[in-house]
Structure formats: structure tokens, C-alpha cells
Design a protein around this ligand. Structure first.
Ligand code: PRP
Ligand code: GLN
Ligand code: SF4
Ligand code: MG
Length: 490
């Protein structure tokens, strides 16, 4: 096989734990694009890098718009929405896991579109294809001409090579060759399609508003348009919606689902419902569990906003230590992820979070955050809290140590940049210069998400690879590229 030039894929090349992507689709309303724009706005926390919408109108065909930046800055303009007519549309908000990361190019922004003999189709993908490099190499050798660097584009080319006569059948063919995680919202001229991989790693829900059907990464985007949650698209299921009817298909071999446990901890919005459970309630329960596992004598419990807040409330309720807003977040500051250098990144934390000095002075403070990835946030927060005159600082973290990268749609740094991959909890305490740091146990986290017996080690109920190193799908591209050595191969 000739050696193809190395693609600029670098799925391990991030700085911190970033979001993933959000997908949304709607069939039925006369102005699908407005619904999709609202849905994407509600899913903005899943990706702030770029967004795109594709619609279809019977008279004029497919229409597309792809833009960098936030939904509110792009998809609220009447002129843009008017250029996306039709009653069927899908959209995507992106945080890249592959392709031109950091310096994203517009051609990597989804949804992707393909023209087939039976008509056009568009797809929007949340997740990451773990054999994308191998597939891409094979497809290029067989004549495919790739337009982007995105892993997701493989799906379109695999569909093009399928001999099936309908788009849903071609999608099934394509997705049977794909490994990794995918929650996909797709459309043809007449159909809205939703698919989840057999393990159901990433979320996808089905909603309804009268005759209008909706597919969305999270339920918070159903709420924004007043749609009701019908059910989750099940792991391994494909739903095809046409003429007001929902058909269910099972294209993949059944497996025990392994939903991403980090969706409960951090990614999803607290007002979403996952697996029938309120994300807020789960996070609060994690805080309760954490207070039982790692009690401490202190005067105040403070959250590292935003995502640490529900767990901090739970910790306070279970421990009886008053909750207080010791750290205030500037709501107008974007996320810290775009800053390229260490210096600016550190500044980013300060721009976003500030200490409520009068409250903190002389107090023993418990700081609750959802996760420690690189440790940038914890280090800065500790400095700020001590600067403000805190008597003691105790970190309580609402997830186990993040010691392994994610290959399923979340952009995590290389293993050597993950604090927990290189230090024990006690070394972290010294490194961060705090009085104590404790993480919830993996079993404690499982209990908080509703698994009373904790983690089933022989058949874990969730994907928890970033904590355990137990990868439910072998990240073959990364292993071949020498980018990761799995525990079992060590
Ligand atoms: O150890 P680090 O590398 O600093 O990463 C961990 C931090 O990153 C996330 O917050 P983020 O600032 O991304 O957003 P949030 O406002 O949603 O909590 C997470 O909630 C932690 O606070
Ligand atoms: N975070 C994601 O789900 C990203 C989807 C896709 N892998 C991309 O890079 O665009
Ligand atoms: S590795 Fe972690 S973040 Fe990635 S899917 Fe698994 S649990 Fe979620
Ligand atoms: Mg945070």
C-alpha cells in the first residue's frame, strides 16, 4: 500500500476536556431552519467552534449554510434563515475531534451533503470514528475524493459505494463499516433519519410537537421549541421519519449499551433528561455521594461554576456545610478553550471566574468541580482563593481522576497532559498546593447515576474509559499511529 501523506488529524492534540458536538433535525414545520437554529442554540454548550444547517424545499431543492462561531451570531439573521427554505432541516454545532482542529476550515463544518443516484442526503454526526484513518485510506485508494479532513465524511463516501437502492439502506451499509461512536441526524428530500451506534455512546432523543417530529442530542433543545420528549433513539437503532410516520430499524448486532458516563458528569446541560434521569439531579446525587466518601470539616462549600454547581449543592446538602457563591462567573466571557498559549489560557480562567473576596476571607473552603483534566482551572482557582485570604482549601471532584483520553467524540489532551495520568491524588495535592483533594470513586459515580450496586466490572453499564482505561471500542487508528498504548496491551 503506498504511503499516503499524513493527514492533519490529531485527535489527541487538545489542551483540556472540550465539549463534543450537538445535532438537531426537524421535519414538518413550514420554516424548518428557524426550528433548527433554536435547537442548535440550546445545544451550543456542545460545540462553539462552528455550526451549519441544511434544509430541503420541494420546489427549490437543498439549501445549506455553514458558519464559524456561535449560533446566535450567525443563524439569527432573517436574511440567512430566509435563504434556508423548506419544512425539513438538520443542523450541527461543532467542536472538532478530527480534521482541522484549532484552525478549523469551513469545509470541515457539518452537516455534510452528498448527491446520490436516488437524490441528495445530508448528515450531521456527533461522536468520533475510531477507524476513520483506515477507512479514508481505503476509500481514497478506491477513488473517493474527500472534500474535508473530518472523520465524519467517510460516512458519505461509504454510502456512495453502497449498492443499496435507498438512502437509509446505504446508511446502514456505511455505518456497519464504521467503528467508534456516532449519534447521527440525517435527511433526504423527504425523510428525517436518526441513528445511534450499537453501544449508544452519545445521546440522541426523539421529540414531537403536534405533527412536527424532532431529533436532538439533548432534551433541552426540545424544550426550547416546546416539543415533548417521545423517547430516546435506542442504542443500535435507526429511526426513519416520513409523512408523519416513525419507522424503527435495527441495523447492527445487539450489544450491551455503554452510554458515556461523562455526559452525566459534565457535557449535557443540567436541564436535560438522560436515560430518564434529570442531569441536574444526577449531578446533585454525585455531590451527596462525594460528601459521604470524602467528608471534610469546613465553613463553606463553593462550586467552580458552571458545571460544578449541582454537585456542590449536593455536597452542601449532605454535609450540612453552607453553600455559598464564592466564585463568580462572568456570563459574558466565552469559554476558555480558544486560547492557544499557556499564558493566555491561564488568563482565560481569570477572565471567566473571579473570587467573591469578602465571603472567602478567613474561611475553610471546599471547592467542588466536576473534573480535573489538565489542572489549569484548579491551579488558578486555588491561587485566587488563597489570595482572597481563605484559611484552608479542599478540592472535591465530582468524577474520578481523568487519566485516559476519549476517542469517542470528546476532545481530550494527550495522556501526558492529563494531570491524573501523571500524578497520584497526593501528588496533585502538593502540585496544586491545597490542603486536600479527593475524587469520587468510580463505584460512587455509578451509584449516583442510579446503579445501586456500583460498576459491574465484568460488563460495565457505561463507557467510563477516560477514568478506567477500559475502552469499549478499540481506538485502532490511534493505536496504529502509536498515539496510545492501551492497558491491556501494556
Ligand atoms: O483541569 P482543566 O484542564 O482546567 O479542565 C477542567 C475544567 O474544565 C471544565 O470547565 P470549563 O471551564 O471548560 O467550562 P464550564 O464553565 O462548563 O465548567 C471542567 O468543568 C473543569 O472546571
Ligand atoms: N465532537 C464531535 O462529535 C465531532 C464530530 C466529528 N468527529 C467532527 O470532528 O466534526
Ligand atoms: S471516554 Fe469518557 S468522555 Fe469519552 S465516551 Fe467514554 S466516558 Fe465519555
Ligand atoms: Mg468547569
Amino acid at each position: 500500500m503506498p504511503d499516503l501523506p499524513r493527514h492533519p488529524f490529531d485527535p489527541l492534540d487538545g489542551d483540556r476536556l472540550r465539549e463534543e458536538c450537538g445535532v438537531f433535525g426537524v421535519i414538518g414545520p413550514p420554516d424548518a431552519a428557524s426550528f433548527v437554529a433554536l435547537g442548535l442554540h440550546a445545544l451550543q454548550h456542545r460545540g462553539q467552534e462552528a455550526g451549519g444547517i441544511i434544509t430541503h424545499e420541494a420546489r427549490t431543492g437543498f439549501h445549506a449554510a455553514h458558519r464559524f462561531g456561535l449560533v446566535r451570531d450567525n443563524f439569527t439573521k432573517a436574511s440567512l434563515i430566509d435563504s434556508l427554505p423548506g419544512s425539513l432541516g438538520i443542523g450541527h454545532v461543532r467542536y472538532s475531534t478530527a480534521g482541522s482542529k484549532g484552525g478549523t476550515q469551513i469545509r470541515d463544518v457539518q452537516p455534510f451533503f452528498g448527491e446520490f443516484t436516488m437524490g441528495g442526503a445530508a448528515i450531521a454526526h456527533n461522536g468520533n470514528i475510531t477507524n476513520a484513518n483506515a477507512l479514508r485510506r481505503e476509500l481514497i485508494e478506491r477513488g473517493s475524493i474527500f472534500q474535508s479532513n473530518s472523520d465524519s465524511e467517510c460516512i458519505i463516501h461509504l454510502m456512495a459505494r453502497s449498492i443499496q437502492r435507498t438512502i437509509p439502506e446505504r446508511m446502514k451499509d456505511a455505518l456497519r463499516r464504521v467503528e467508534g461512536a456516532f449519534s447521527i441526524v440525517a435527511m433526504t428530500r423527504t425523510k428525517l433519519i436518526g441513528v445511534r451506534d450499537a453501544l449508544g455512546v452519545r445521546p440522541l432523543v426523539l421529540g414531537r410537537l403536534g405533527d412536527v417530529w424532532v431529533l436532538s442530542s439533548e432534551t433541552c433543545a426540545l424544550d426550547i421549541i416546546g416539543a415533548e420528549l417521545v423517547r430516546e433513539v435506542e442504542p443500535g437503532e435507526m429511526v426513519v421519519i416520513e409523512n408523519g410516520e416513525v419507522q424503527s430499524h435495527r441495523p447492527f448486532e445487539a450489544r450491551r449499551p455503554r452510554f458515556c458516563i461523562f455526559e452525566h458528569v459534565y457535557f449535557s446541560r443540567p436541564d436535560s433528561i438522560l436515560g430518564g434521569r434529570s442531569v441536574y439531579e444526577t449531578r446533585r446525587a454525585i455531590g451527596v455521594e462525594l460528601a459521604k466518601e470524602a467528608p471534610v470539616e469546613a465553613d463553606l462549600v463553593c462550586a467552580v461554576p458552571d458545571s460544578g454547581t449541582p454537585a456542590a449543592i449536593g455536597f452542601s446538602q449532605a454535609s450540612g456545610i453552607p453553600f455559598a457563591m464564592g466564585i463568580i462567573r462572568n456570563q459574558y466571557m466565552g469559554r476558555t478553550f480558544i486560547e492557544p498559549t499557556e499564558q493566555i489560557r491561564n488568563m482565560g480562567v481569570r477572565l471567566k471566574l473571579n473570587v467573591n473576596r469578602a465571603l472567602i476571607r478567613g474561611k475553610r473552603v471546599v471547592l467542588v468541580d466536576d473534573s480535573v483534566v489538565r489542572g489549569t482551572t484548579s491551579l488558578k482557582i486555588k491561587e485566587m482563593i488563597l489570595d482572597a485570604g481563605a484559611a484552608e482549601v479542599h478540592f472535591r471532584i465530582a468524577s474520578p481522576p481523568t487519566a485516559w483520553p476519549c476517542f469517542y467524540g470528546v476532545d481530550t489532551p494527550d495522556r501526558d497532559k492529563l494531570l491524573a495520568a501523571n500524578m497520584t491524588a497526593d501528588e496533585m495535592r502538593v502540585h496544586l498546593g491545597v490542603d486536600s483533594i479527593r475524587f469520587i470513586s468510580l463505584d460512587g459515580l455509578y451509584r449516583a447515576v442510579g446503579e445501586a450496586q456500583g460498576r459491574d466490572a465484568s460488563e460495565p453499564q457505561y463507557c467510563d474509559a477516560c477514568f478506567s482505561g477500559d475502552y469499549p471500542v478499540r481506538p485502532t487508528d490511534m493505536i496504529s499511529a502509536g498515539r496510545i498504548r492501551l492497558r491491556e496491551d501494556a
